[in-house]
Design a protein around this ligand. Sequence first.
Ligand SMILES: NC(=O)c1ccc[n+]([C@@H]2O[C@H](COP(=O)([O-])OP(=O)(O)OC[C@H]3O[C@@H](n4cnc5c(N)ncnc54)[C@H](OP(=O)(O)O)[C@@H]3O)[C@@H](O)[C@H]2O)c1
Length: 252
Amino acid sequence: MDLQLAGKSCLITGASRGIGWGTAKIMADEGCRVALVARREQLLNELADEIAGAGHERPVVIAEDVTRQGAPEQIRERAYAAFGGLDILVNSAGGSRPIPWDAPVDVWHEGMTLNFEMLRQLTHQFIPGMRERKYGRVINITGSSEPRGVNVANAAKGAVHMWAKGLSRIVAADGVTVNSLPPGRINSEQILERLHPDPEERERFAKSEIPAGYFGEPEDMGYLIAFLCSPRARYITGEVIHVDGGMHKFAL
Ligand SMILES: NC(=O)c1ccc[n+]([C@@H]2O[C@H](COP(=O)([O-])OP(=O)(O)OC[C@H]3O[C@@H](n4cnc5c(N)ncnc54)[C@H](OP(=O)(O)O)[C@@H]3O)[C@@H](O)[C@H]2O)c1
């Protein structure tokens, strides 16, 4: 199937590692013009070199902290300067924040700002242009709605689901779709270095918690993202689609 993505412009946050990194390579392979956003510029440049080395247009590198005041506007300006507009936004910057239930306000604020508020602000930068162009795809990489304890990311990702559903209804008639993808356990920097650093524990977790029996790879998200960003997926919007090897237990 031709996904008809050739020449489409695509900005990916959290592209220096993990799901954003794997998705950037797939979108470039599909012919997208890609912009990469994260804080670690060197990693973004290495990825841009790899994509260019594979024969694609070199991605635009935007080294930026998405939580910085003014970052959403600057990211939009850089993307518009490079592409003259934007067709696809993949919001992958974020991270798990397990905390004590009574953690102080600034801990909550940091996690909600990264995982919800700045994602929302960045998306708002691009929605008017997408509506004008009568084409837009917003993909939010979210997370589980089945908390194991108190984690700021759970609350923030739940907020993204509700906000994205509402937004999807407003922009649908303009050819803009908004979908959210909660990963289960996808091998990435935070998973391998912070949340599940011990290979034996990973193996045990996968066998007991994941019906498929193993942790996924960034590409397992990336192929679905490519499809949802395609004109072929025009009738799918406001959805929450789990990519988790069957890990979530409940129907929604
Ligand atoms: N992997 C999983 O199984 C899993 C499960 C549930 C949810 N998720 C969600 O999936 C998304 C991607 O996670 P991942 O597992 O792929 O994580 P990862 O490998 O740890 O990568 C996180 C990415 O986010 C970027 N980032 C973090 N804070 C940022 C900031 N303030 N400004 C700009 N970029 C920032 C990091 O880049 P820099 O450090 O270079 O800035 C990095 O590129 C996250 O939203 C995460 O919550 C993942």
